[in-house]
Design a binder for this molecule. Structure first.
Ligand SMILES: [Zn+2]
Length: 212
């Protein structure tokens, strides 16, 4: 198939650029349905063929942002059964919020008009576990542990499993940080143009436990 054939074939199909933007609520529902397919081992693996890929060469219109951990077991496109151009993903160990993360998300909200940000923590997160264990670090890992430390302190005051509570707390705190982040995210959130939600991915069930 030549490039011209591909372009002609793609002209008959919906292009990425023609996909209407989704509200934050609808985007969240789409992620929930995708995660259900993933957890039930019946993924559609959408938006991965060449026609779709070519429709994305000049622009992107992701329907959601996901801030999650760098852990190799939690790639959002798999967990939410999504494809190319669907998710604007920011990944950093422990899904912490720093200025680079905020700048990336602000770009997606301001310029790509994404209406949903999901912070996704995950079970048995090594970055949170290292913070719980309190190991001193003299390298750049120290900055990660420092960012996660307040969540661990809050979890120490809670009943139940310390690591599980710290992971949930770390996720919830990141959600609150984004909701109050000036000047872009808090404004979009306050004006109901942006939904900011959180969840924790269960490695055993492959399901996301959404925070209330
Ligand atoms: Zn992790």
């Amino acid at each position: 198939m030549t490039r011209r054939d591909l372009l002609l074939a793609s002209a008959a199909l919906p292009l990425a650029a023609e996909t209407p933007p989704l509200s934050g609520e609808k985007a969240l529902m789409k992620l929930k349905l995708g995660n259900r397919r993933h957890a039930e081992s019946r993924p559609l693996r959408p938006h991965q063929n060449m026609t779709w890929r070519m429709s994305l060469t000049q622009a992107q219109h992701p329907f959601a942002c996901v801030l999650t951990c760098a852990d190799s077991r939690v790639p959002p496109e798999f967990l939410f059964d999504a494809g190319l151009g669907d998710l604007f993903v920011v990944r950093v160990a422990g899904n912490i919020v720093d200025d680079a993360v905020l700048g990336s998300l602000e770009y997606a909200v301001e310029h790509l008009h994404v209406g949903l940000i999901v912070v996704l923590g995950h079970e048995r997160c090594g970055a949170v576990a290292a913070t719980v264990e309190g190991g001193a670090s003299h390298d750049h890992v120290a900055s990660l542990l420092k960012a996660i430390q307040p969540a661990v302190e809050a979890a120490r005051r809670q009943k139940g499993n310390l690591l599980e509570n710290a992971i949930r707390e770390n996720t919830a705190r990141a959600v609150r940080q984004l909701q109050s982040s000036r000047p872009v995210l808090n404004k979009a959130h306050d004006e109901h143009k942006l939904v900011i939600s959180g969840g924790v991915y269960d490695l055993d069930t492959a399901k996301v436990d959404w925070l209330s």
